[in-house]
Design a protein around this ligand. Structure first.
Ligand SMILES: Nc1ncnc2c1ncn2[C@@H]1O[C@H](COP(=O)(O)OP(=O)(O)OP(=O)(O)O)[C@@H](O)[C@H]1O
Ligand SMILES: [Mg+2]
Length: 470
């Protein structure tokens, strides 16, 4: 992420040597060339993080070289070097994508300052890229609810754990709040204003995961057209969440072990050793000790990760948390959706408290959200849940094939239609066009129906409700 390799392009040999030497003393890898053509031919073969480009050169001048550089590598930072008389054109060059200009003669301090600004900017760009590509909402401000004694104990433990840098392994069934707890650890920690970066180890094939974690150099493999900064580097000084750690291959397990032990690694296809300071939190919904017995997970890595173990109990083992969660989600979704729903009938509450919740808190959250969005009276009735939960338990329907069967438990046609629309949207991840296709209606008809049921234009329909149902 930070500047490593620099090119100096200047036809004035003395000035070029002076700058090259200054930079080399600063620990950078530096290449000096005497004209624009040479610069372009090297840039098309190698990656440079930063180029100092002289404005006035015989043949190809700085402006032309700048355009060519940007054509080859948009991400390379270019700083123009100019004499007093040519400041205007330097300003023009900034419009064409130069990062800054510096007036000759300059001091080593000025150069150092410039590079540190470039580093800051590169870091921001890399972080922004990550956030744009990261799926899901940022839940950093979401509270962790629970009054169950085990949960309270975990919560207390969290604050203490957060102060150290010890690796944490969070185990628990799907939807029990592992990611939420990982975020809490980060935000309670002294690293809270540094990045919290998440990698879903189950979502990527081995080679992709490797470059996602460690980054790669240009040409490390086919398709690696530019240098890429990995998530370990992005998470530097912050926290890295390795989600579903049981899914990583033996090769990556070995690499991970080294990072945990030595806090250093190399990018894929690279030779330079990169030092980092990252707090690791890993999660799994599998029993890793069993994976060790099977020989699919390294025991030494397990002990490195499991310095602080946290076991999140399934919701059915902490039923006293159910009313608390229901009430808080009811409040949240009711106000987010301007819903008329304000409370829940007692028999409905009892019913939800007895339910088994195989999808744990995530399932509960989704069901309350859905009930609030679809609810049409102040009280959520038992009937709005029996159908939802029953259908989940009996897995009664198939969508996408020809058969769609709905068990009738006192539902009206409208309710059934609403529900079918929801289930289909759930199936398509919120994609209305695909949902309409499956329902064999036009997208317009689907939109009309969503409007009719007052569920159109609520971001939650395409966002939260469906993205969390897995
Ligand atoms: N104790 C809790 N208080 C409030 N919300 C919670 C709690 N536990 C979980 N949630 C919510 O439930 C949802 C699922 O939680 P999370 O994503 O952390 O689960 P997970 O254990 O990582 O699941 P998976 O294994 O499927 O990734 C999130 O929206 C989270 O905010
Ligand atoms: Mg998770």
């Amino acid at each position: 992420m930070s500047v490593e390799k620099i090119m100096v392009v200047d036809d004035d040999a003395l000035g070029r040597e002076y700058l090259c030497e200054t930079l080399k003393r600063g620990g950078y890898e530096v290449i000096g060339v005497g004209n624009g053509q040479q610069a372009i031919s090297r840039i098309s073969k190698e990656d440079f993080d930063l180029i100092f480009l002289d404005m006035k050169m015989p043949g190809m001048d700085g402006m032309e070289a700048l355009e060519k550089v940007k054509g080859i590598s948009q991400e390379t930072v270019v700083i123009l070097m100019t004499a007093y008389g040519t400041i205007e054109s330097a300003v023009e060059a900034m419009r064409k994508g130069a990062y800054d200009y510096i007036i000759k003669p300059f001091s080593p301090d000025q150069i150092e300052l410039l590079i540190s600004r470039v580093n800051e900017r590169q870091k921001l760009i890399a972080e922004n890229k990550y956030w744009r590509s990261a799926s899901g909402t940022d839940e950093k401000s979401e509270p962790v609810y629970g009054k169950n004694s085990k949960m309270a104990q975990i919560y207390e433990q969290l604050k203490k754990i957060a102060q150290s840098k010890a690796s944490v392994l969070i185990q628990g069934e799907s939807g029990t709040g592992k990611e939420l707890v990982a975020r809490a650890i980060h935000y309670f920690s002294p690293r809270c204003d540094k990045p919290f970066i998440r990698v879903n180890c189950a979502a990527l094939a081995e080679s992709l995961l490797e470059s996602e974690l460690f980054g790669h150099e240009r040409g490390a493999y086919t398709g690696a057209v530019a240098k890429r900064v990995g998530r370990f580097e992005l998470a530097n000084e912050g926290t890295l969440l390795l989600d579903e750690i049981s899914e990583i291959s033996p090769n990556i397990q070995a690499k991970l072990l080294r990072v945990l032990e030595e806090e250093e690694f190399e990018r894929v296809g690279g030779e330079k050793t990169i030092k980092i300071d990252v707090r690791i939190v890993a999660t799994t919904n599998r029993d890793l000790t069993k994976e060790i017995q099977k020989g699919t997970f390294r025991e030494d890595l397990f002990y490195r990760l499991n310095v602080v173990p946290i076991h999140l109990p399934p919701l059915r083992e902490r039923r006293e948390d159910i009313p608390l969660l229901i009430k808080s989600y009811l409040k949240k979704y009711s106000s987010e959706n301007n819903s008329c729903v304000k409370s829940i009938a007692k028999d409905a509450m009892d019913y939800l408290c007895q339910y088994n919740w195989p999808g744990n808190v995530r399932e509960l959250k989704n069901i309350i959200q859905r009930a609030v969005v679809m609810g049409s009276s102040e009280d959520l009735e038992l009937s709005s849940f029996t159908s939802l939960l029953d259908t989940r338990k009996v897995e009664h329907r198939t969508i996408g094939n020809d058969s769609v069967s709905i068990k009738n438990n006192g539902q009206s046609i409208e309710d059934a239609e609403k529900e079918l629309i929801f289930t289909t949207l759930e199936k398509t991840g919120g994609n209305k066009t695909k949902a309409a296709e499956l329902l064999k209606i036009t997208t317009r008809t689907l939109r009309n129906k969503l409007n009719k049921y007052n569920i159109e234009d609520k971001n939650s329909v395409e966002g939260d409700v469906f993205s969390h149902i897995e």
